[in-house]
Design a binder for this molecule. Structure first.
Ligand code: URA
Ligand code: SF4
Length: 188
């Protein structure tokens, strides 16, 4: 574990712990407020993220940004990262060994940010953070308290592109996030 951001990022730039390293243009480390109360965790970089080195800048990210604007969530106030830091080929789901290899970095980011609330975007984030027994369809929108952190699973923004109903549920879940943040006087 690293106790500063620079060393952590540097170690990821040089990382070859899993086979995703061979396909990356840039690592996608994470972005936002390093002292955020609320952290968002996605799956892994797509083509646009790989090109820019920033999470959620492609179509799915733009949809998430729209929801943020609509609900007055400031992207600069939160911290956003992914399960894997390198782009999986053809945007496939990260394989178990890849997610496991990369998870230490995310844990390190969580330790450094020390968020009160973590929003888990989609099944990959939910299962890798809280365990394979969890189900996004059954648990989205439901708060899970674990070891002093409040987890809120919701749909991955890419799923909203295909399903209008999920868009409504995603907005509902972010409203729940706002409610929790207001209750706890968190900055979001
Ligand atoms: N999807 C993700 O899970 N993360 C990104 O950064 C972009 C798309
Ligand atoms: Fe390393 Fe993570 Fe990239 Fe794999 S995905 S090479 S573990 S930084």
């Amino acid at each position: 574990m690293f106790n500063n951001w620079e060393e952590l990022e540097e170690s990821i730039k040089n990382c070859s712990k899993c086979k995703l390293n061979s396909g990356r243009t840039n690592i996608v480390f994470g972005v936002g407020n390093k002292n955020a109360d609320v952290m968002f965790i996605g799956e892994g970089p797509g083509a646009d993220e790989d090109k820019e080195g920033i999470p959620f800048v492609g179509k799915a990210g733009q949809l998430m940004d729209k929801a943020f604007i609509g609900l007055k969530i400031n992207r600069q106030n939160v911290y956003i990262a992914n399960i894997v830091k390198c782009r999986p080929p053809q945007n496939r789901v990260p394989e178990k060994d890849e997610a496991l290899a990369c998870l230490d970095y995310l844990r390190n980011q969580v330790l450094l940010v020390n968020p009160k609330v973590i929003v888990l975007l989609g099944s990959t984030a939910l299962k890798n953070i809280l365990g394979e027994e969890h189900s996004i369809t059954k648990e989205r929108g439901i708060i899970i308290n674990k070891k002093g952190i409040i987890y809120l699973p919701t749909w991955h923004p890419a799923a909203l592109l295909r399903d209008e109903n999920k868009k409504i549920e995603f907005w509902r879940d972010l409203k729940e996030l706002k409610r929790v943040a207001e209750d706890l006087k968190l900055s979001i």
